[in-house]
Each structure stands twice: as structure tokens, then as C-alpha cells.
Write a protein that binds this ligand. Structure first.
Ligand code: G6P
Length: 607
């Protein structure tokens, strides 16, 4: 992953680079660094850990210069220490890189034979030396960069800067995103428009295989053969204000509490509440004519896709295949000519999801993407973008993006059901009415946070937790487990409740709480039987249910969290909130870094 930035400016550049990196920290926060050219000389500062460490270092040892590049790292090759932090130098050149150079081992051997020595364990340093070797042979900077780029295999977004030239950065993109920002007498490069938003809204996105020569007053984009290419310049929607936490302790807490509002915005985009219908969409396919829907995504977005399988199949009678994108992309899935494919992604940049999209596109399947970042690569490469209106999500653990993805997918399922004649207009109206109530129920559930905090205080004492659910509560159980493990580091598993007897039941003892998500739905009684099986083996149960379920569950629980009774279709959206709060408070009690948990990043642009 990693975030990169480059500025050819007219004021001291170091603070501007740090400002841009702050906005890119979601892409990784293992280490950070910047380099500038001042009086013709390259200089850098790098620091292990969060950006704040780099900032401290710069306070003590400032860097001058009007041109610079910066990097925030999510480690792939080499531990996250200062030596492996970017920018990497070779003689006369500084480089920042996002991605993985797949042929780095052979390039490294080749360069070693030529007498180059390596100070880091990174794949990036080979790029620095490749450019450095060309420079040493007398090749001018732009040509040196181009020659080096042609040697690279793998995924990269790069920014390259040269000793003795205070008006030149070369950028390149193959895989991870890179945007050129246009200023007045200054130019920028950045992993996304949000990073550049404090400086400019005028953006040109590079495409795969592009490289760019950026100077203060001009820029030129080329393909790998060196032919000039034209890319559209556009006004970015990226917001220039730095999103803050408001009165909340963490972004995650703020984002959990924003859900009633953003779910309402998202639903209103797809549903006409006044008429009780789903809004017409300009889709590149007709739901009525589809024989299959393929959904592919990663992480929490994948789990949103999995919930929607139940909706599309049950309501619209439309068979759905849901896949983890990293599996889908290599599985050589045969695709029906009468199918459509949906890709779900908060960032719109996840490498595996993007690769899956391209696989379907190559097979001629119409593509829809459910994304939160509307200018992202996935959005741009789709036939239709179906936005979630969650607003910027900063906490690495996805919360409001998830419930907004569910809101879009539920609306689409209703639309598909109506289009396929699987529901009557009366049923459509009832479903739209039910969905319109999701924000109100979500707000009510947030009021349970006192009780959930109490449960979390208890949960923080355990090392293992099992989440169980049936039907749409099964993917929700997996989401509950994912949230818990990613921010509290408690080992958690999410299982289909009916699958308990096929293995996980062996784990049950008083040391492993079992959280059961069981609203009083069509299969409530079955889940109660599974709870009995847990209770019979001394397992401690935390039950998340509704009023009816609480009255009918005939099992002793360690705690029962009672939500209001609500329509079945909105339950997955609303029940997401207690599991998010449970993970959040548990992590707070454990004292972990809630918004930036170890080893993770928000946007994953590597395989
Ligand atoms: C990372 C994030 C998750 C996210 C997943 C997919 O693992 O930490 O929160 O669900 O990537 O990201 P996407 O941007 O495609 O939704």
C-alpha cells in the first residue's frame, strides 16, 4: 500500500509534504519520510512509526527546499524501521514507492554485480539504483527514469527526484493509483486527490503504464514506449478540510455514531421514500434478464456482499456468487454472458478487487461498483458507479462504509426484485418503508452503548471469542469477529450457527465467550437450539437479539443485549452497530490503537 506525494512548489515544501502525508496515513503508518532538494543537494528525514515521529524529527532538524517527495509506509519487504523507510537514495536520485517490484530479486543481483550495495531490505532500493546507474552513465534524468521504469515488473506508483534539478519530479503508475495536481506555478503528485486537496482540486489521474514528467509550469504524460498520451483533467470532489474527530475519542467512535445520518443519505439516493419505490438507475444491464450476479470484494466489503446474497436470492430470485477478490481473480471462473458483476469497495483502490473487476470486464460482463470514493480507480473503470454516501472513513476498521454498502445492496435487491417481477408493487412499497426506518433504529441502538461498554469490559479479559449467526447474521457474525480481532487483537471466529456441531463446538469452555446474533426471525428457534448446545457445555453466551427474541430465548446468558423489534430486511444494517460498539469498547479497554491497529492499513493496493 503506502501513500506517496511529490511537490514542485514555490514555498518551503517540508510542511506541505507532511500535511499531505497526514491525509495518506490511512494507506499505512509503519514509517514515514520526506526528501527535498536544496541548493542542488538531496536531503531526507525518515522515522520509524507514525507520522508524528517524523514531524518531531523535522522540528529538531528541519529540511529546506521548494521541491520534495514524501512517503508513508505499509511494510511489504523489510521490517518497518528507519533504514527501510522511504525515500530511498542512490547517487543523485531519491525515490518513493507504493507497491511491490516483483522482479526485485533478480534486479538486485544484477546491480550487486555492478558494484551497488544495498542499505535496506526493500524492493524499492533497486529502483533507486537502476536510475542511479543510468545517471552515472551520463544519461539525463528523465531518460534515466524512463529506462529504469522499463525494467520493472509488478505494481508501482513512484515519484523520483534528482540532485541538481529543483524543477523536476518523474512519476509513474502501474497498479496503485497516482494523480497529478495542477496548481498555479506549482505542481503536485499524490496517491489520491484527498492528499492534494489542501493545494488543488484540479486533478489528472494517470492510467496503468503511464509515466509523467512534472515541472512547476508544465507536465507531460507518456506511455512506456515514450509516446505522449492525453489524460483528462478534472475537478476533484476531494474535500480540503481535514476530517476531525469532533467530540469523540477516536475516528471509529465518531464514524459509528454518524451511521444514522449516512445510512439515511445513502438510502435516499436509491429509494424514493415518498412514492415507496426504488429509484430508476442507469444500469448497463437489465436485472430482469440476468441469470446470475457475481460479487467480489475484500474484508468487510466482502462480508457486505455476502449479506446481500441472501437479499438478492430471497427477494429477487437472482442467484449470486460472492467471492473474496484475491481468490476470484485467479480461479478462472467461467462467467455467464447473461450475468453482471458487482464490486464492493470503500476505497475503490483495493488491488485484488480491481483485478477481479478487470477479469470480468475482459469477459464482457457489465460492471457495477459500490464504492465510497467516487473518483477511485474501481469507480472509474466500472460501467456504473453506485456510490455509498458514507463520507470519508478514517478509522482503519470499516464501520459506516459497511452499513452504507449494505444500504446500497439492499436497495439494489429491492430494485432487482421489482424488475424481475419477484415482488408486487405493494411488497416493494413495504420494503422501501422498512428500509426508510433503518436510520431511526440505528439511532436507538446507539443508545445501548452504556450496556455494550459494560459487556466489553468483561470481554477484554478473554483471549478467544466465538461469534455465531444464521442467515444474514452469519456474515454479520464474521464481521463481528473481524472487527474484534482487528482492533482488540482478541482471537475471534465467526461461524454459521448450524456449523457449530461440525468442529467449533470442541472449543467451547468457560474461557471462550460465544456471542450469538439472533433476532427473532424465521430461524430463531434453530439458533436457540445451537445456544442450548453451547450452554450444555459450560459456554458463556452473550446474546444480541430483539424484544421478542429475549422473551423466547430459553437459555441462560452472561448478558443479553436487546434491540427493538424491527423489519427483517433492515436487521443486518442495524445489528452491525452493536458488534462495532462491542469491538470498539473492548479495544479501548485493552488500550490498543483503535484507529490505526497494528499491521493493518485502510487501503490495500498490494496483492
Ligand atoms: C482493508 C481494510 C478493511 C477493508 C478492506 C477492503 O483490509 O482494513 O476495512 O474492508 O481493506 O477495502 P475496500 O477499500 O476495498 O473496501
Amino acid at each position: 500500500m503506502c501513500g506517496i506525494v511529490g511537490i514542485v512548489g514555490h514555498s518551503p515544501v517540508a510542511p506541505l509534504l507532511v500535511e499531505a502525508l497526514k491525509r495518506l496515513e490511512y494507506r499505512g503508518y509503519d514509517s514515514a519520510g520526506i526528501a527535498t532538494v536544496e541548493h542542488g543537494e538531496l536531503a531526507r528525514r525518515r522515522a520509524e512509526g507514525k507520522l508524528v515521529n517524523l514531524q518531531r524529527k523535522l522540528d529538531g532538524e528541519p529540511l529546506g527546499g521548494l521541491i520534495g517527495i514524501g512517503h508513508t509506509r505499509w511494510a511489504t519487504h523489510g521490517v518497518p524501521n528507519e533504514t527501510n523507510a522511504h525515500p530511498h537514495f542512490s547517487d543523485g536520485v531519491a525515490i518513493v514507492h507504493n507497491g511491490i517490484i516483483e522482479n526485485f530479486a533478480e534486479l538486485r543481483e544484477e546491480l550487486k554485480k555492478d558494484g551497488y550495495s544495498f542499505t535496506s531490505q526493500t524492493d524499492t532500493e533497486v529502483v533507486a539504483h537502476l536510475v542511479g546507474r543510468e545517471l552515472a552513465a551520463g544519461v539525463p534524468p528523465v531518460e534515466a527514469a524512463h529506462r529504469a521504469l522499463k525494467r520493472l515488473e509488478g505494481a508501482f506508483a513512484l515519484a523520483i527526484m534528482f540532485r541538481g534539478d529543483e524543477d523536476l519530479i518523474v512519476g509513474a503508475r502501474n497498479g496503485p493509483p497516482l494523480a497529478v495536481g495542477h496548481g498555479k506555478g506549482e505542481m503536485f503528485l499524490g496517491s489520491d486527490a484527498i492528499a492534494l486537496a489542501p493545494f488543488t482540486n484540479s486533478i489528472t489521474y494517470l492510467e496503468d503504464g503511464d509515466w509523467v514528467v512534472v515541472r512547476r509550469n508544465e507536465f507531460a504524460i507518456f506511455d512506456m514506449e515514450g509516446n505522449p498520451v492525453k489524460r483528462k483533467r478534472q475537478q476533484s470532489l476531494g474535500t480540503s478540510f481535514m476530517v476531525d474527530k469532533g467530540n469523540h475519542r477516536h475516528f471509529m467512535e465518531k464514524e459509528i455514531h454518524e451511521q444514522p445520518e449516512v445510512i439515511a443519505h445513502t438510502l435516499a439516493h436509491y429509494l424514493d421514500f415518498a412514492n415507496g419505490t426504488s429509484r430508476p438507475l442507469d444500469l448497463p444491464f437489465d436485472f430482469a434478464k440476468l441469470d446470475r450476479l457475481t460479487i467480489s470484494a475484500c474484508g468487510t466489503a466482502y462480508l457486505a456482499g455476502l449479506v446481500s446474497k441472501y437479499w438478492f436470492e430471497r427477494l429477487a430470485k437472482l442467484p449470486v456468487d460472492v467471492d473474496i477478490a484475491s481468490e476470484f481473480r485467479y480461479r478462472e471462473v467461467p462467467l455467464s454472458t447473461k450475468s453482471a458483476a458487482f464490486f464492493v469497495s470503500q476505497s475503490g483502490e483495493t488491488a485484488d478487487t480491481l483485478a477481479s473487476l478487470r477479469y470480468c470486464k475482459a469477459a464482457g460482463v457489465p460492471i457495477g461498483s459500490i464504492v465510497n470514493v467516487r473518483e477511485s480507480t474501481i469507480a472509474r473503470e466500472s460501467d456504473v458507479t453506485l456510490p455509498t454516501l458514507a463520507g470519508p472513513e478514517i478509522g482503519v476498521a470499516s464501520t459506516k462504509a459497511f452499513t452504507c454498502q449494505l444500504s446500497v445492496l439492499a436497495s439494489l435487491a429491492v430494485r432487482a426484485a421489482a424488475a424481475r417481477g419477484a415482488i408486487s408493487s405493494e411488497e416493494e412499497r413495504a420494503m422501501v418503508r422498512s428500509l426508510s426506518e433503518a436510520p431511526r433504529y440505528a439511532a436507538q441502538v446507539l443508545k445501548l452503548d452504556g450496556q455494550i461498554e459494560k459487556v466489553a469490559r468483561e470481554l477484554a479479559h478473554y483471549k478467544h471469542v466465538l461469534y455465531l449467526g444464521r442467515d444474514t447474521n452469519y456474515p454479520l457474525a464474521m464481521e463481528g469477529a473481524l472487527k474484534l480481532k482487528e482492533i482488540s487483537y482478541i482471537h475471534a471466529e465467526g461461524y454459521a450457527a448450524g456449523e457449530l456441531k461440525h468442529g467449533p463446538i470442541a472449543l467451547i469452555d468457560e474461557q471462550m465467550p460465544v456471542i450469538v446474533i439472533a433476532p427473532h426471525d424465521r430461524i430463531f428457534e434453530k439458533t436457540v437450539s445451537n445456544m442450548q448446545e453451547v450452554a450444555a457445555r459450560g459456554g458463556k453466551i452473550i446474546l444480541i437479539t430483539d424484544t421478542k427474541g429475549a422473551a423466547r430465548a430459553t437459555v441462560d446468558t452472561m448478558e443479553t443485549i436487546v434491540l427493538p423489534d424491527m423489519p427483517e430486511i433492515i436487521a443486518p444494517i442495524v445489528y452491525a452497530l452493536p458488534i462495532q460498539l462491542l469491538a470498539y469498547y473492548t479495544a479501548v479497554f485493552m488500550g490498543t490503537d483503535v484507529d490505526q491497529p497494528r499491521n493493518l492499513a485502510k487501503s490495500v493496493t498490494v496483492e
